[in-house]
Design a protein around this ligand. Structure first.
Ligand code: ADP
Ligand code: ASP
Ligand code: MG
Length: 406
C-alpha cells in the first residue's frame, strides 16, 4: 500500500465529462489499496473569469477580498469531483483550505504555505476515505482565506504530499510530461524522462508554467517525488529527481520563455556612487521586483543609460514610482517597452561546459534577432528580445542545441 497525492489542473476538470474521467482515474488508484489525497484546481478559465470580475469592481482593491473571490473556483471543482467519486462508489469527501486547515502567511494573493494539519485526513484514510482537497487556497493567522498565486494548486499538492509523507505526488495535466520547451510552441520539443529539481526550478522560474515555481522549491526541500503526467492518456510522465539519478546529462536540457516581462530604460543617468540605490530602493519599497539589469557607459563617461526589467503588470507603477521618487536624480528620459520576452536556456551541464552562451548568441544572430539584455546564472543564460520573435527564437535555439525530436 502506498500513500499518493494526485493533482488535477484546470483543463483536466474543465467540464463534467472530464471530471468523471478524473474520478475514474482516482478510483483506479484507490482500488489498488492506496491511500489517496487529490488536489484540484478550478475548472479551466474559471479563475481568470473571477480575477476579471474583481478587476471590474475596482482597481486598487483589498487583496483579502480578492482572495475570497478567486479562491471560490476550487470550491466548485472539489465538490463536483467528490460527487463524481461517490457516484462510482468511492468514499470521498471534499476539503476546502480552511477546513483542513492549510496554514499560510498573510501575503494575500501569493501566500506561502506554512503548515498543513493532516491528522483528520489520515484518520479518514484509515476508514478508506479519499480526500479531495481544494488547491490554491489556505488560511492565514487571522483566519482569513488566502490564495497561493496563479498556478498555486501545484504547490498545494506538493505541500500536501510533504505533510502526508506521501510516496509520490502525481501532477496530472494537459501535457504528458515536462518537455525540452513548451510543446505548444516548439512542436519538435521532446519529453524528458527525468529532470533534476534544480533544472525544473530554473525552468519554472523562467516561465515554464507546467509547474509553479514554489511547488518545485517545496519538492526540492522536502524531497517529494514529483511526477508530471497526462490526465488524458496513460503512460509514464516526467520524474523530477536528484541530479545523481540522471545517468546521462545533456548540457542544455530545456528552453523556457516568459512574456511577463517589460523593459524600462533611463537615459543619461549620472554615473556616480549611490545612483542605483536611489532607483532600485523606491522600486523595492513599492514591492516591484526587478529582474535583469544592464548599465552602459556613455562616451562622455559621466552619464550612463540604465536598462532593467520588471513584470508586465508592474510596468506602469514602476514608471510612476521613478517619475515621483527620482526627481532629484537628473536623468534625461524614461522609456517603457512592454513588447519584450525573456528566453532562457537551462541545463546543469553548463557548470562544466563552456560556450553555451556563445551558441545562443550565434543562433539568434543567424536569425537577425537582436539581444536587448543578457543575464546568466550557474545553470542558465537568459536574453531579452522583442516579443514578436518568441516562436522563431525558441525553435531556432531548440534546433541549435540539438534538442529536436527525431
Ligand atoms: P494545469 O492547468 O494542469 O495546471 P498549466 O496550463 O498550468 O496546466 O500547465 C501546463 C502547460 O504548461 C502546458 O499546456 C504547456 O503549454 C505549458 N508548458 C510550458 N513549458 C512547458 C514545458 N517545458 N513542458 C511542458 N509543458 C510546458
Ligand atoms: N485555479 C488557480 C489558477 O488558475 C490555481 C491553479 O490552477 O493552479 O491559477
Ligand atoms: Mg498550472
Amino acid at each position: 500500500m502506498a500513500r499518493i497525492v494526485m493533482k488535477f489542473g484546470g483543463t483536466s476538470v474543465a467540464d463534467i465529462e472530464r471530471i468523471r474521467k478524473v474520478a475514474e482515474r482516482v478510483k483506479a488508484q484507490a482500488d489498488q489499496g492506496d491511500e489517496v489525497a487529490v488536489a484540484v484546481s478550478a475548472m479551466a478559465g474559471e479563475t481568470d473569469r473571477l480575477v476579471a470580475k474583481v478587476d471590474q469592481v475596482g482597481q486598487l482593491y483589498d487583496l483579502r477580498e480578492y482572495d475570497v473571490v478567486v479562491s471560490s473556483g476550487e470550491q466548485v471543482s472539489v465538490g463536483l469531483l467528490a460527487i463524481a467519486l461517490q457516484d462510482l462508489g468511492v468514499a470521498a469527501r471534499s476539503w476546502l483550505g480552511w477546513q483542513i486547515p492549510v496554514r499560510t502567511d498573510s501575503a494575500h494573493g501569493s501566500a506561502r504555505i506554512e503548515q498543513i494539519e493532516i491528522d483528520e485526513i489520515v484518520r479518514r484514510f484509515a476508514e478508506g476515505q479519499v480526500a479531495v482537497v481544494a488547491g490554491f487556497q489556505g488560511l492565514d493567522p487571522q483566519d482569513r482565506i488566502t490564495t497561493l498565486g496563479r498556478g498555486g494548486s501545484d504547490t498545494s499538492a506538493v505541500a500536501l504530499a510533504a505533510a502526508l509523507g506521501a510516496d509520490r505526488c502525481d501532477i496530472y495535466t494537459d501535457v504528458d510530461g515536462v518537455y525540452t520547451s513548451d510543446p505548444r510552441i516548439v512542436t519538435r520539443a521532446r519529453k524528458l524522462e527525468r529532470v533534476t529539481y534544480e533544472e525544473m526550478l530554473e525552468m519554472a522560474s523562467q516561465g515554464a508554467k507546467v509547474l509553479q515555481t514554489r511547488s518545485v522549491e517545496m519538492a526540492m526541500k522536502h524531497r517529494v517525488r514529483v511526477q508530471v503526467r497526462s490526465s488524458f492518456q496513460d503512460g509514464p510522465g516526467t520524474l523530477v529527481v536528484d541530479e545523481d539519478e540522471i545517468v546521462e546529462q545533456a548540457v542544455v536540457s530545456g528552453i523556457a520563455y516568459s512574456r511577463d516581462e517589460a523593459k524600462i530604460t533611463l537615459l543619461k543617468v549620472p554615473d556616480r556612487p549611490g545612483v542605483a540605490a536611489k532607483i532600485f530602493g523606491p522600486l523595492a519599497d513599492a514591492a516591484i521586483n526587478v529582474d535583469m539589469i544592464v548599465q552602459n557607459v556613455s562616451p562622455e563617461g559621466d552619464q550612463t543609460d540604465l536598462t532593467f526589467t520588471v513584470g508586465k503588470a508592474d510596468l506602469d507603477r514602476a514608471v510612476q514610482v521613478i517619475k515621483e521618487k527620482c526627481t532629484d536624480l537628473g536623468y534625461a528620459d524614461i522609456l517603457a517597452d512592454a513588447n519584450v520576452v525573456k528566453v532562457s536556456v537551462i541545463g546543469v551541464g553548463m557548470r562544466s561546459h563552456a560556450g553555451v552562451a556563445q551558441q545562443m548568441f550565434n543562433a539568434l544572430a543567424d536569425k537577425g534577432i537582436n539581444i536587448q539584455v543578457i543575464s546568466t546564472s550557474e545553470i542558465k543564460v537568459s536574453v531579452l528580445i522583442a516579443e514578436d520573435y518568441t516562436e522563431l527564437a525558441l525553435r531556432s535555439l531548440h534546433t541549435a542545441y540539438g534538442l529536436d525530436a527525431d
